[in-house]
Design a protein around this ligand. Sequence first.
Ligand code: CUV
Ligand code: SF4
Length: 636
Amino acid sequence: MSKMKNTIDPAVNYLLPLAKKAGIETVWDRFAAMKPQCGFGELGVCCRICWKGPCRIDPFGNGPQRGVCGADANTIVARNLARMIAGGAASHSDHGRHIALTLLEVGEGHAPAYRIKDEQKLRSIAEKLNLAPADKDIRQVAKEVALASLEDYSRQNYSIPCNWTKSTMTAERVDKLLDLGIMPHNIDAVIAEIMARTHVGCDADAANILLGGLKGALADYNGMCLSTELSDVLFGTPEPVVTTANLGVLKEDAVNIAVHGHNPLLSEIVCDVALKMNEEAKKAGAKEGINIVGICCTGNEVMMRRGIPLATNYLSQEMAIITGAVDAMVVDVQCIMPAITGVAECFHTEIITTMPVNKITGATHIEFREDSAIDSARKIVELAIDAFKRRDRRKVNIPDYKQTAIAGFSAEAIMAALSKIDAKDPLKPLIDNIINGNIQGIALFAGCNNPRTTHDNNFMTIAKELAKNNVLILATGCGAGTFAKNGLMTQEATEAYAGDSLKAVLTTIGKAAGLNGPLPLVLHMGSCVDNSRAVNVAVTIANKLGVDLDKLPLVASAPEFMSEKAVAIGTWAVALGLPTHIGIVPQIMGSSVVVEFLTEKAKDLLGGYFIVETDPKQAAAKLVAAIKERRKGLGI
Ligand code: CUV
Ligand code: SF4
């Protein structure tokens, strides 16, 4: 059997041999060293929830079938999964909490670094949340919206649903979630509830634990919804912007600052401040001044709002440093490999951590606070300029690979493009084309990369296959990174890969929107939290058609996922009624009850279900089949 390729990213393939020669270890080396990975862990049947353990269930039936406390494989697998969902929900929602708190400060007239950038959006959110914004001062509206969002972290009445979930769903879905008892009332309480019910000696019924997990996943959805929408208020609602992606965006003659992580509260200010410090960089010898590039979801955030080039996605973050051209990598939260400080030791690169709860040994810590954001950002940029002076030019290897990428397709941007065709009824052209089959369905690609499969390959293979089958493609997160780096967010990709009827529709919309050609093959919707934008579009379509989400020819795919956050996202996609593909075998296979629940029973309860398929061609076929089944259900 031939060895699986590490990646299809040409920039990474250029750098990997150089890393090897220099003796620099990367994620792929560590993954190889980790093999064979623990079979019990892979199946999810290892329990470390109490210190009578660790316990593990023998999957072949010869050894123990129960842990010391008597928990069986079903209980153990379900508990492990629910706790992962809680971890994901905590991460997204903590991010959302910071944004909501900042908006509150803006409303109260503090936080001078921030302002309300999109008043219209703020008012329309207030409208949605039933806050009657019409005659109120904009700062008052900001305060009320922030407080209504923070209520979703503090409400103690179990029978009142979270504001955001309730106001962003179809009515039928709201009822379904209430009926099943999985509508969240308070994000933090739901996360705490999962931790409590999975403590030793509590909930032992796998199906019941999974319902708790579904509620946790919906709490995750609630947190990401408010993160997305309130970020737009503070930093602007994305509009299509042309930029570039892959490591070739680094510049030899500039101070290169990579912003990495997730939360735009920091990166937005770093961008603002850096713009003003160009002259200082030039004085230090950087002819082209300061060049900011993005990595992971922070990269998506600044790409879609500012057109900042995207350097790379999750799995190749170390590669950015290995170019020898990154002067500072500024990180906030989530998906930052602790390995980067070790790689940076071989270069002049400053790794700068900024959050009190996210430090990395070996990094420089510059604490970031909303009230002194500009000062911290200035210190960060100064450190980068200093590091630039120490850069060893002999070690610089910037791969000559970059692609054009059109980013920034928020729900609003999509509606704006459509309204150029039909101003009175913007959705009509989209819906008509779905009904007549020119667009067979819509697929949302999300999630991470994972060395268990060839980096970027599943995303690319499945997307091309779906496009050929006239499926409209949306993308977020590191999947969006894959498509940007590999040229699928271009008009040329539409010409090359879209099926004829999809191409015709994308061309009509693109031309009407003044793009002088088709829309890009993959519409970039943003970071992981921006998956809520896709829900927003789907709910609008569902309401217009008068059906619930589980009737739409809409599918999701996380073909290379790894994080707890991605587990949470996939699970709420199922809860919202979507057939949801995952391309990595999940750590649940040790429990027949859990597998059956998530791949079959969920379909009866919620309409959505998981499709596990590691082969990308097969996965594409299964997604097309799921779309066809939905179309049949609608009689179209
Ligand atoms: Ni939030 S969660 S690796 S950066 S998508 Fe990227 Fe996106 Fe997964 Fe992380
Ligand atoms: Fe073992 Fe039960 Fe403790 Fe888990 S909770 S480690 S199965 S004794």
